[in-house]
Design a protein around this ligand. Structure first.
Ligand SMILES: [Zn+2]
Length: 243
């Protein structure tokens, strides 16, 4: 019986380890990091699309401003030509024409300023869009890398679990059926901890002080001894004093 209890203890440890591994598998740090990065990359992609749209609008305005400037310039040239080549205007007409010419020169200056401003804005947005593209590319590469690491980790955990399952099967195969059934029932009742180690005179799980006669029986008897407080099987091993 003592040997069986020792095996049951080992069985419990393996089952607890397996449970921990399954939990770990569900919360790989890469899964969270990847989700976060993907979210940021998605946002960057939306920003990039907006920047591209804005850029198209600016290009159109730029084109319009340039056309406008050319038109005004043509008009100005014609006017200048009229003014200086054919000098047969009346004084009043001449004044009007000179005034129009002055206005036109001002319009051209304004239009030039406008064009310059649009070009600056265009450059700014282009740089911003370029940065976003680089970020999205880097995020995609990083995600692929993390995905690989995540899969590696999952594979490692799966392999570990497979080994533990084999060990559990091997132990269970050599366990008396009634004892195993009793152990499993107690396991379910006590969150996977059907066996408690003796710690001096105390139950290692519920912490209650046990009667010295029971402690004695746990150490010497070949019968199953149960903690009368938590109902767990009590386990003791002479060489386990350091734990
Ligand atoms: Zn107990």
């Amino acid at each position: 019986m003592k040997e069986h209890i020792q095996r049951l203890w080992y069985l419990q440890e393996q089952a607890l380890r397996k449970e921990k591994l399954i939990k770990e598998k569900g919360k790989s740090p890469y899964i969270e990091k990847m989700a976060l990065l993907k979210e940021r990359a998605n946002k960057a992609e939306q920003q990039q699309q907006r920047a591209t749209k804005k850029l198209q609008q600016i290009k159109q305005s730029l084109h319009k401003a340039e056309m406008n400037m050319r038109m005004i310039e043509d008009e100005k040239n014609t006017l200048e030509h009229q003014l200086y080549e054919n000098g047969h205007f009346h004084a009043k007409e001449l004044l009007q024409m000179e005034k129009r010419l002055q206005d036109m020169k001002e319009s051209i200056l304004k239009e030039e300023d406008n064009t310059l401003m649009i070009m600056e804005k265009k450059e700014e947005i282009e740089q911003y869009a370029d940065k976003l593209v680089i970020f999205i590319e880097q995020a995609t590469t990083k995600c692929v890398e993390w995905q690989g690491k995540c899969e590696e980790q999952q594979k490692f955990i799966n392999d570990e679990i497979a080994i533990i399952n084999k060990e559990i099967d091997a132990i269970e195969d050599h366990m008396p059926e009634a004892l195993l059934a009793d152990f499993k029932k107690r396991s379910v009742q006590s969150q996977g901890k059907a066996i408690a180690k003796l710690k001096d005179d105390f139950c290692g799980e519920c912490g209650i002080q046990l009667p010295s006669s029971l402690v004695q029986r746990v150490k010497s008897s070949s019968q199953l001894q149960i903690c009368n407080n938590c109902g767990r099987i009590l386990y003791w091993k002479a060489e386990n004093v350091d734990e």
